[in-house]
Design a protein. Structure first.
Length: 491
């Protein structure tokens, strides 16, 4: 059991972490000591709930067994009364029906699928066998577990007659699920025969070639054949079988009709009523997952109990998944890169004049472990950015350690450059175009320019192209006029 195994691993780590700072589970998830403690407690809750559910199921079975015993006693009493002409055949038949109903309910509780009617069940017609004008039940009709022999006789001394086995629609449906067969007339015959003979194996002639044909026509649902419980969601696979023609390999159901029926399946209804979809939307927003992919992820999230931060990380991991080095869902990737959480992580680099690669941002969002097996966090990105900034701007280490970013330190210089050079501040890449303001090196050791020095640098250094501004042209015109007046050229 995966949950039990994960719980034990986390429990051992929390109680005896040793020198380890984190633990990695078999499914790739990594937890720090604090996270491991929380996850252990969560899994313990799941295990306790499962144990309680099992206890409730055992109690229901026990109650059902008591009802069966009670109705068996009532049935036996009616039989004895019938033998003394103190009960009618209808009363015996009613008691038999009640007993069979109780036994079938008990069988459903004990198994996911309905079992073959046991020898002890009254799997016969409810009408007693007439003997000499009087309705008398055989031992098999009374539900007694016996094997007929030449010496076995009815209550009137005659040999027993073979009982006619009644197979219900519910039993056939259950047998189809057990044999993993689609609901077709031919397969229903196979299921009825299996119920009569007691065989549980599907015939060797039965093939599943239709599955590959279905997957070709509906590739978005292919994952369900491996990830979905066929017994629990038997109606889903029945719909899949009816949607295509195995002989021609073509769809025989209109897309609109297929979608309408699909939305009526037990799987779709269960998914629609689950709160997991709302949790996911609140955690990361809404993206273009692609046909079938969202349902696939939500199914996995429900099965594995993804919650909180783990739900977000697993979702991003799915959205960033690749095949042969290429994104499976590039539309979703573009949408994620335009989202607030992604841009917020990218902005950390900009604040320290560092350009983080997209793969680094994805690693943080998806909680992907690094080479050391530890997931990179937002704080790790900040630490990396500060180290990179101090490597280039070592003379500003004290300010950076105090919590200031290079963007903070350059703000006033950026404003001065934008105003003087008549530029939009949003178009200025200070890290590449104006870094000299914070890292001036022409006169020896790197230093920060004063504001007056910075203004002089902007006006006099040709690379900043101050001479092309309107203000520079106006200044040049004014100076020219002043000189002309000085020499009497202009009145």
């Amino acid at each position: 059991m995966a949950i039990q195994d994960d719980f034990q691993i986390l429990k051992d780590f929390v109680e005896s972490p040793g020198s380890r700072k984190s633990i990695r589970l078999p499914d790739g998830r990594t937890f720090t000591l604090e996270q491991a403690r929380d996850e252990r407690d969560r899994l313990l809750g799941l295990l306790n709930a499962a144990e309680k559910e099992k206890s409730d199921k055992d109690r229901q079975i026990s109650d059902a067994e008591k009802i069966v015993n009670k109705r068996q006693a009532a049935y036996d009493q009616q039989l004895r009364a019938f033998g003394k002409n103190n009960a009618s055949a209808q009363e015996v038949s009613a008691a038999s029906t009640q007993l069979q109903t109780a036994q079938e309910f008990l069988a459903r509780l004990k198994s996911v699928t309905a079992p073959v009617v046991p020898a002890t069940a009254p799997a016969t017609t409810t009408e007693p066998t007439p003997v000499g004008g009087v309705a008398v039940l055989s031992r098999e009709q009374r539900g007694e577990s016996v094997t007929a022999t030449p010496t076995d006789v009815l209550d009137d001394g005659t040999p027993p007659k073979p009982a006619k086995v009644v197979i219900t629609k519910a039993q056939v449906d259950a047998k189809l699920v057990e044999l993993n067969l689609p609901d077709t007339p031919e397969n229903r015959k196979v299921a009825r025969q299996a119920l009569k003979t007691g065989k549980t194996a599907a015939p060797a002639a039965e093939d599943k070639s239709w599955e590959s044909i279905f997957k070709e026509n509906y590739p978005q649902y292919a994952w369900m054949f491996t990830d979905l419980d066929r017994t629990k969601y038997a109606d889903v696979f029945t719909l899949f079988f009816k949607a295509i023609d195995p002989k021609t390999g073509k769809q025989i159901m209109e897309d609109q009709e297929f979608q309408r029926r699909y939305q009526g399946t037990s799987f779709y209804r269960e998914l629609a009523t689950s709160k997991k979809g709302r949790e996911l939307s609140a955690a990361i927003g809404n993206f273009t997952w692609g046909s079938g992919n969202l349902a696939k992820f939500l199914t996995k999230a429900i099965q594995f109990g993804y919650e909180g931060e783990n739900l977000k990380q697993q979702a991003y991991k799915d959205l960033f998944s690749k095949v042969d080095g290429k994104y499976v869902n590039f539309n979703a990737v573009d949408e994620v890169r335009a989202s607030t959480p992604y841009l917020a992580l990218k902005d950390i680099g900009k604040q320290y004049f560092v350009d983080f690669a997209d793969s680094q941002i994805e690693q943080v969002l998806a909680g992907t472990p690094n080479a050391d097996g530890v997931a990179v966090s937002r704080d790790d990105l900040i630490r990396r950015a500060r180290l990179a900034a101090k490597a280039t701007y070592g003379h500003l280490s004290e300010q950076i350690d105090a919590g200031l970013t290079l963007e903070d330190l350059s703000a006033s210089y950026k404003e001065k450059a934008a105003k003087l050079l008549e530029l939009d501040p949003n178009t200025i890449n200070f890290a590449t175009d104006f870094s000299e303001a914070l890292n001036y090196r022409k006169d020896g050791q790197p230093r920060v320019l004063s504001m007056s020095e910075w203004e002089t640098e902007l006006r006099t250094n040709d690379k900043y192209k101050y001479s092309f501004t309107r203000q520079a042209n106006q200044d040049a015109t004014s100076i020219g006029l002043a000189i002309a007046r000085a020499f009497g050229k202009v009145q």
